[in-house]
Design a protein around this ligand. Structure first.
Ligand code: ZN
Length: 258
């Protein structure tokens, strides 16, 4: 049994930002209090790398899927290859998937096609989804209502009202470094208003580095600053935040507590 309490439900250690010292960083995470990391894929070859890391480190789990940014470059949706990656015993989710109308790196139609195909697959396989929604709240909501998957909306950036709709559907909300930012009005309201039972902690490492390390590369150990901020606005001990969220994460992703 692992006494560490920090579960990072969303990171990208296959990112090139970790090419120089990936092994050192990953090996050092348990000594910082990290008990688990879900490495989220950006495309199918990234999913293969996530699985390789999950095989090498007991506390690392993989999510396999195609991010909206990569949908165009990925070409045709390869359902069979994705299903194979999802059948690995350490693949705990389909992700990250979703819509990004801020950057539109892939045409909207392609993003929608990929999102919908992957939602369909998650329902067939009963696997939770890790959803990316940037400036695409309406379409994201419509498709989540249509398929009703289990899962999490990561780096949640919508309103408190939408958050309440999502948790009514049994979905979780991922909160990361954004809650520590000076202009973080909405994420903080969500951190305060939404029951802890529906929140997950995440870093999105190497991105979204919390204050006071903004501008530096993020890693799962820095999740501490996000957890402390959530504890502060809810007026509860940080241990409560860690323990409840660790339990939420185990439950959603069906991870054994051993
Ligand atoms: Zn991500």
């Amino acid at each position: 049994m692992n006494d560490n309490v920090m579960f990072d439900s969303h990171a990208h250690y296959d990112d090139k930002a970790f090419d120089e010292d990936r092994t050192e960083i990953l090996s050092s995470l348990p000594s910082m209090g990290v008990c688990g990391v879900i490495n989220c894929a950006s495309d199918l070859s990234s999913a293969e790398k996530s699985i390789a890391m999950a095989e090498a480190y007991p506390f690392v789990y993989a999510a396999a899927g195609v991010h909206p940014h990569e949908a165009e470059a990925e070409g045709e949706f390869d359902r069979d290859r994705l299903a194979r990656l999802l059948s690995h015993p350490k693949t705990v989710a389909l992700g990250e998937i979703g819509l990004d109308y801020h950057y539109n790196f892939s045409p909207k139609e392609k993003q929608l096609l990929y999102f919908e195909e992957q939602l369909r697959l998650s329902c067939e396989l009963s696997l939770p989804v890790i959803v990316h929604d940037r400036e695409a709240h309406q379409d994201t909501m419509t498709l989540l209502q249509k398929y009703r998957p289990k899962g999490v909306v990561h780096c949640y950036s919508g309103s408190v009202e939408m958050a309440k709709e999502l948790i009514k559907m049994g979905l979780y909300l991922g909160l990361g470094g954004a809650v520590t930012f000076k202009n973080a009005k909405t994420p903080l309201e969500v951190a305060k208003e939404i029951p802890l039972e529906f929140l997950l902690l995440e870093t999105d490492a190497p991105y979204m580095t919390p204050v006071p390390f903004r501008g530096k590369r993020c890693h799962s150990g820095l999740i501490k600053y996000t957890a402390e901020k959530i504890a502060e606005v809810r007026n509860v001990p940080v241990e409560t935040v860690y323990e409840t969220i660790k339990e939420n994460t185990y439950q959603l992703f069906n991870i054994s507590r051993e």
